[in-house]
Design a protein around this ligand. Structure first.
Ligand SMILES: C[S@@+](CC[C@H](N)C(=O)[O-])C[C@H]1O[C@@H](n2cnc3c(N)ncnc32)[C@H](O)[C@@H]1O
Length: 397
């Protein structure tokens, strides 16, 4: 049986531009970071550490535990190296597993073929040792083995997550053009927000941003919602460590002030969906929802916080020309109504961003799927300190 206490290399993967936020999340859990690269963070840890990372991380996609690194220049070499691993000590013979791969090599024609070789090697090894073999397929609901193969260097990991961690498990109703939960969390973490002052989210749609903000403020990690992870399907897994971590997660949740969360949208259906999602996430009582045009959103005078917009950007919803006026109105709203706050607009459209007409303090790159986006930050001066106007907003988006 594989030991859940033995340390190895752990690679936590994420979407492009998330690695710095992810490395801060990992460091906050007390782990030393060995390396941060474009789409991930490398550290040293055991399978029990992987359990903890899976339960806590908001911005990750997968937590990979390294089993073996080797040189491989052909499909046959890949097979031999994978076969040499004692899979009968890792995967239950009566279980189910799947194989995923990230392959950048000329040594093989396609990723599917590489994955198939890995799957065959695992199944053959277990059959040779146990006279029977586990089922396998494409579903990520059981154990998951991950192949990383670049040029002639290959590495076999246990993907301890299975289904992507980027979905946090509370959203039952997507609405139209929702943000992925990990993306919403990463933008909120990146924003200049102390998690105590008002978080105002006009155009809230299905509520992903306001819900992620409320989850951050109440110290509620995604592990509270999810019940199945790939690590649960490995030989040697006992629920002891996981159960103890779950209890700790629940004990760390703190109350937050209802007054600080405001979510509005002009579409009553969106508000209805956002309310259902907030109920599923356990934060409904913390959020004041209303149906209104964003300009009618009440901005609390006390304790200036942040105003966060995720408007349509003319890709999936809305027409670009009509949206120009909306972006201009958002700029005016931030300038005249949100003094003392920090304003944020998350958009993928640089032309529309120019219409905001405010000077950006930061332009932080993100990806939403394949779409390059920016989180635009505006420092909105109060009273006598006049907001500087600048028509170049977003020109480098
Ligand atoms: C891109 S969606 C927001 C998605 C949201 N972040 C989520 O995760 O579901 C934009 C939202 O803005 C709302 N909206 C557009 N124009 C508006 C306006 N003038 N006032 C208020 N809401 C508006 C739409 O109804 C839509 O729900």
């Amino acid at each position: 049986m594989i030991s859940f206490n033995t340390s190895s290399t752990v690679v936590v993967t994420c979407f492009k531009h998330f690695a710095s936020v992810l490395s801060k999340e990992i460091a906050a859990l007390g782990y030393g970071i060995q390396e941060t690269f474009g789409t991930g963070v490398v550290l040293h840890g055991s399978l029990n550490d992987c359990i903890r990372l899976n339960l806590h991380l908001r911005c990750a996609v997968q937590v990979l535990y390294s089993l073996k690194q080797f040189n491989s220049q052909s499909a046959d070499e890949l097979y031999k190296n994978v076969y040499a691993i004692n899979w009968e000590e890792i995967l239950p013979v009566d279980g189910y597993f799947s194989v995923t791969g990230t392959v950048f090599t000329e040594c093989i024609k396609n990723t599917m073929f590489a994955n198939l070789k890995v799957k065959d090697a695992i199944a053959d090894k277990i059959r040779d040792r146990k006279q029977s073999r586990p089922d396998c397929g494409a579903e990520l609901s059981g154990a998951v083995v991950h192949l990383y193969w670049q040029e002639d260097e290959a590495e076999i990991f246990l993907d301890t997550s299975g289904e992507s961690l980027s979905k946090h498990g509370y959203r039952k109703h997507p609405g139209s053009a929702p943000m992925l939960e990990a993306l919403a969390a990463a933008t909120v973490i990146t924003a200049n927000w102390d998690r105590k002052s008002p978080f105002i989210n006009p155009m809230c749609g299905s509520g992903t941003l306001i819900i992620e903000a409320a989850l951050l403020a109440t110290h509620t990690p995604p592990g509270v919602f999810r019940m199945n992870y790939a690590f649960m399907h490995l030989l040697g897994y006992t629920s002891e460590y996981y159960d103890a971590e779950k209890v700790k997660l629940e004990q760390q949740i703190i109350p937050a002030d209802r007054q600080i969360f405001v979510a509005t949208d002009h579409d009553p259906k969106a508000i209805d969906i956002a309310k259902k999602n907030a109920i599923a996430a356990g934060v409904y009582d913390l959020i004041q929802f209303s149906v209104c045009d964003f300009e009618a959103t009440a901005i609390p005078e006390d304790g200036k916080g942040i105003v966060f917009f995720n408007p349509e950007y003319g890709e999936r919803l809305g027409d670009e020309r009509e949206l120009e006026a909306v972006y201009e109105r958002m700029g005016n709203f931030l300038k005249h109504r949100c003094g003392g706050y920090f304003g944020y607009i998350f958009t993928a459209n640089p032309n529309l961003a120019k219409k905001i007409g405010l000077k950006t303090k930061r332009k932080i790159p993100f990806y939403s799927g394949k779409l390059e986006c920016r989180l635009l930050e505006f420092e909105l001066y109060d009273g006598s300190r006049k907001m500087k106007s600048d028509s170049t907003t977003g020109d480098k988006l």
